[in-house]
Structure formats: C-alpha cells, structure tokens
Design a protein around this ligand. Structure first.
Ligand code: RFL
Ligand code: PHB
Length: 391
C-alpha cells in the first residue's frame, strides 16, 4: 500500500486532517486501532471555540453542527453562595463558543469521509513506524491478524496520548513536560433538560462541579473526585447528592434524570517537544494533554491539523518544506498558552486536598477577583473563546 500522508488514529485530529487534505487533492490513508462503533460512542469533549466551528464549516463538515450546535455567549462562575455570569462577545470582539459533542463531530466526519470513498480503516492497529528520518517512511499495521505495510511521504501521528507515534521520536530528541493533579473528573450524561442556559463552573469546599449539556434534553455533568476513585463507589444517589451540594444557590434548582453514561478521567498537563521529527508530525493528544477545565483539548487538536494541512499543501503543491519545518513551533505557541489557561482554570476551581489553609484563602481571594474585576473577566473570556495565535 502507498499513499501521500499516512494518518494514524481516527479521532477528531486524524479525521479532520484527512478531510482537509482530501479537499486539497492530497491522498491519505487513515489507520484506526479501534472499531468504528467504539470511536462513535466514546463520550468526551463538548465545547468548541469559534475557530473550531469555522474550521469544520470550511471543511464542509458542519451541516449538522450548524443545525444542532448550541451557541453560548458566556459561562457562570459559582462559588461562596455567588453566581457571576461572564459574558464573552462583549469582551472578545463578538466571539462565542458552541456546545456540540466530540462524538457527534467524529460521527459526522466518519460518515463524510466514507461517503467520499476515503481509505479509512478501523480495527487496524499500527504496530511500528519506520524510516521517519528518510524519504519513504513505512507504517506497519495489522488487519484481520495479518501484518501489512503502508508506505508514505508524510506520517501524521494523531493517535492520542497512548499511541505509538510519540515514542517513535528518538528519546534523545524528545523533551516532555508533565504535571499530574491530585484529582480526577467523574463525568455523567443524564437524560434531563439542562438546568441552566450557559455552563456553570462551580467551586465549593466539597470540590469542583461543572454543568454542561449535549442537547435541549441531555445534560452533561462533572464532579471532582479522588484520582483513584472507583465508579462502583458512586451510585446515582451519591452523584446527585454531591451535585446538589456543590451547585447549591438560593433560588436555583438542579433537575435530576436517568444517568445514561458515566466515566472517570484522570487530569494531567503534558507537552512533548518538538512536535515533529523527520517525516513524522504529531497532532492533538499525541503531543499534548490539558486538564479539561479550560475546554481546550479538542480545540488544540483541530488547530494542529489546520496548520499541518496547510504545511502539507505547501509541500505536495510547491515542494516547499517551510511549513512543515515551522509546524512544531507554530503549534507550540498556541499549545503553551492553552496549557497555562487550563492549569489556571483548574487550580482556580478545584479543591486541592493537600493545600494548606493559607492557599485556600488565596484561592477564594482569586475567585472573588475574577468575578469582580473587568480586567480579570476579560482575560478569562479571551482565553476561553480561544486566544488567536495563528490567525
Ligand atoms: P483521540 O480522540 O484520543 O484519538 C486518537 C485515536 O487514535 C487511536 N489510536 C490508534 N490508531 C491506530 N494505531 C494505534 N497504535 C493507535 N493508538 C491509538 C485511538 O483509538 C483514537 O481513536 O485524539 P485526538 O484526535 O488528538 O483528539 C483529542 C481529543 O479527543 C481530546 O483532546 C478532548 O476530548 C479533550 N477534552 C476536551 N477538549 C475540548 O476541547 N473541550 C472539552 O470540553 C473537553 N472536554 C475532554 C473533555 C476530554 C475528556 N476525556 C475523557 C479525556 C472532557 C473529558 C471528560
Ligand atoms: C463538556 O461539555 O463536556 C465540557 C465543557 C466544558 C469543559 C469540559 C467539558 O470545560
């Protein structure tokens, strides 16, 4: 098998990259380890920056997003018996965000790619990447238990945090930065209309809680839990009781409904530098992880592949490697800004079980400042809607 760009992983990064390349007449093959059904069911992100929506639109993959996406003009910050609504458009030159499940983006892109006859293969785990320091890299993968080889000119490592691409970069070249947090998120999907217009980010003495949504009839709720928490210890009654306590505000009510999905996600910040080596280019979670509090992971993955697609057009069209050579630095500027914002939102809103009382006072003082200062609200707003490094 031969192609121009071998794409490893059919998450949002790999799928959108294959779409953007196809739209520019560049061939790719996407190899995904898991089944199509698994990829389409995995519950994950939901908050899209304007630039992500624009990118999906420009790719021709936003028909359903335009019909079903829920546009939001701000968030609620809730703590200490207060609720501050932070409006975005007025502070960001008119920008908003859109709630539309990552699973829906993945379904839309898979359907469109297969419709267009794409070479997109499921149940085909990549086992090795060879020759990235030469001109013709080779990808080894298995299909129906048989090993096959894909030759290409460029490899896009879009295989998430646990993939095989990042380890293919020599350890002597790769530098990694990491921070692990002393908590995790328990996320549930509940069959009940959201109890709020905009998302609620709540800090309480019992820990963080987030009220998001997926549709006018489905709520998405998150709770800070211990990093070693077990779903078995979290029956529905305990989840709802904890959500009621953490969101409590006089005159406001959280509606309950059947819980239809649940998972626990560890929290980490991670960056690998450089994001490329020879003919291999990492994109999305393969190169960087953010804690989900800033809603940046999916948006960074989309931003990476936009840069990579443009660089591939320069390479395959004009024979210039300039874009590919600049890829890592271009992406990392945006990545580090988002890393800092995600860390900032996380430490602002979570209860660190090991923090001394002094730090808790600091945290409350900081929350009050963010909720009262026009400058601080503008900082939050311009980062939340996406700080535009590349535009
Ligand atoms: P993905 O989605 O992990 O896809 C990688 C794909 O690669 C496949 N793969 C392989 N394929 C072939 N061969 C191999 N050897 C392979 N190894 C792995 C995997 O099966 C998989 O299909 O990475 P991608 O495309 O970079 O996308 C990144 C996003 O998924 C991620 O950043 C976001 O979900 C993070 N995130 C959020 N981001 C936001 O922007 N806004 C949010 O509101 C938001 N909320 C969240 C989140 C992530 C969460 N979890 C569960 C991690 C909320 C949660 C709870
Ligand atoms: C979500 O809707 O899943 C979501 C929204 C905002 C976040 C994280 C997750 O910060």
């Amino acid at each position: 098998m031969r192609t121009q760009v071998a794409i490893i992983g059919a998450g949002p990064a790999g799928l959108l990259l294959s779409q953007l390349l196809h739209n520019q007449g560049i061939d790719s093959v996407v190899l995904e380890a898991r089944s199509r059904d698994y990829c389409e069911r995995r519950q994950r992100a939901g908050m899209l920056e304007q630039s992500t929506v624009d990118a999906l639109r420009a790719a021709g993959a936003a028909d359903r997003l335009d019909r079903e996406g829920l546009v939001h003009h701000g968030i609620h910050l809730r703590f200490d018996g207060r609720n501050r609504h932070i409006d975005f458009p007025g502070r960001t030159g008119g920008k908003s965000v859109t709630v539309y499940g990552q699973t829906e983006i993945v379904k839309d892109l898979i359907a469109k790619r297969l419709d267009e006859g794409a070479e997109l293969y499921f149940d085909t785990p990549v086992t090795a990447i060879e020759g990235i320091d030469g001109d013709t890299p080779r990808i080894r993968f298995t299909r129906d238990g048989v090993e096959e080889v894909l030759e290409c000119e460029v490899v896009a490592g879009c295989d998430g945090f646990h993939g095989v691409s990042r380890p293919a970069i020599p350890a002597t070249v790769l530098k990694t930065y990491e921070r692990v947090y002393p908590f995790a998120w328990l996320g549930v999907l509940a069959d009940v209309a959201p109890s709020t217009d905009d998302l609620i980010y709540a800090y309480s003495e019992r820990g963080f809680a987030l009220h998001s949504m997926r549709s006018p009839t489905v709520s998405r709720l998150y709770l800070q839990v211990d990093p070693d928490a077990d779903l078995a210890d979290w029956p529905d009654e305990r989840i709802w009781a904890e959500l009621h306590e953490r969101f409590a505000l006089p005159g406001w009510r959280l509606e309950e409904g059947p819980i239809i999905d649940r998972n626990i996600t560890p929290m980490r910040s991670f960056v690998a530098e450089p994001m490329s080596f020879g003919r291999l280019f990492l994109a999305g979670d393969a190169a960087h992880i953010v804690p989900p509090t800033g809603a940046k992971g999916l948006n960074l993955a989309i931003a990476d592949v936009r840069v990579l697609a443009d660089a591939c057009v320069e390479w395959f069209g004009a024979g210039s490697r300039a874009g590919l050579d600049a890829y890592s630095d271009t992406c990392l500027r945006r990545v580090w800004r988002a890393e800092h914002f995600s860390y900032w939102m996380t430490t602002l809103l979570h209860r660190d079980p090991d923090a001394p009382a002094f730090d808790r006072r600091f945290q409350l003082a900081h929350l009050r400042y963010v909720a009262d200062s026009e400058a601080a609200m503008t900082t939050l707003a311009e980062n939340y809607v996406g700080y535009a490094w590349n535009e």
